[in-house]
Design a protein around this ligand. Structure first.
Ligand code: NDP
Ligand code: 8X3
Length: 256
């Protein structure tokens, strides 16, 4: 019988835990007996999530764009959560679908600050502890948008291409140090992602998922759970998954 890791031996730091993929991942692991620190900006959401799990989920309000706050949040973890051995750097967002000559510069800046700089803050603050303990796992949420371009995906896709290459770079640094590195690259997943992308326009966000069967946060959480509970001599470099209804448009030629 193949021996998976006991999830009760895992303590996770999860960013973007207040919603979607992050919240589903907190529930998947905490439901299996792991301890989880749930980071996000919306305190009410985090507290409600923690309330489902009898002390195993510790909520921490954090904006990952703030380097000092990220360092302080991880350095100040309560003892029960301080020896974390998984970091899920998941917080991120897309803003808008405008073409590159029309987009608001502030949207591009916020995506870079969150998806790239916020992710770097999380990793840089969390990694030394795991390296010192010789046991850890960094899991990123990349995206199919980091592999395949689509109109209006310009900077969002580029931030996820950064995540893809950065995950390989961190793995190059970590190999042999007891710290695994995995990039999860989901396609279409129904969360608050489109509501955020379309700035609260729930009708427009709803049309993205209407009449189809997208993936859910739970589908992605299961992939994270699989990668993290494989025995420690196995490193999953990358998982790319798409909704079964999603496909590629291919290269195009515009004439005239
Ligand atoms: P949601 O909008 O449901 O969740 C995003 C999470 O990120 C929220 O918990 C939000 O919390 C958090 N977040 C955003 N900005 C910050 C910040 N500055 N500091 C701290 N937390 C922040 O979307 P998803 O669950 O879908 O998104 C999670 C990740 O998955 C993102 O990186 C996204 O790019 C990626 N992804 C999503 C796909 C999809 O189709 N849904 C597909 C591929 C990748 P709060 O607002 O409380 O801070
Ligand atoms: C989210 C997937 O295809 O909506 O990262 O950009 S997509």
């Amino acid at each position: 019988m193949y021996q998976m890791l006991d999830p009760r031996t895992l303590t996770l730091l999860v960013t973007g835990a207040s919603s979607g993929i992050g919240a589903a991942t907190v529930r998947r692991f905490a439901g299996a007996g792991a301890k989880v620190v749930a980071f996000g900006r919306r305190a009410d959401r985090l507290e409600a999530l923690a309330g489902e799990f009898d002390g195993r989920v510790h909520p921490v309000v954090l904006d990952v764009r703030d380097w000092d706050a990220t360092q302080a949040a991880i350095a100040g973890l309560p003892e029960a959560f301080a020896s974390y051995n998984v970091v899920f750097a998941n917080a991120g967002l897309a803003l808008g679908l405008e073409a590159s000559h029309e987009v608001a510069m502030a949207d591009w800046t916020e995506m870079v600050d969150t998806n790239i700089k916020g992710l770097l803050h999380t990793v840089r603050a969390a990694l030394p502890g795991m390296v010192a303990r010789k046991e850890g796992h960094v899991v990123f949420t990349g995206s199919v948008a980091g592999d395949y371009p689509y109109p209006g995906g310009n900077t969002y896709g580029a931030t996820k291409a950064f995540v893809k290459q950065f995950s390989l770079g961190v793995w190059a640094d970590m190999a042999g140090k007891g710290v695994r590195v995995t990039n999860i690259e989901p396609g279409l997943t129904e969360t608050e992602f489109s509501l955020v992308r379309f700035k609260g326009d729930d009708q427009r966000a709803g049309t993205v998922y209407s009449g189809i069967d997208p993936m859910t946060g739970e589908d992605i959480a299961e992939q994270v759970f699989f990668a993290c509970t494989l025995p420690r001599h196995v490193n999953i470099n990358r998982i790319q998954a798409m909704a079964s209804v999603q496909g590629f448009t291919g290269l195009s030629i515009r004439r005239g």
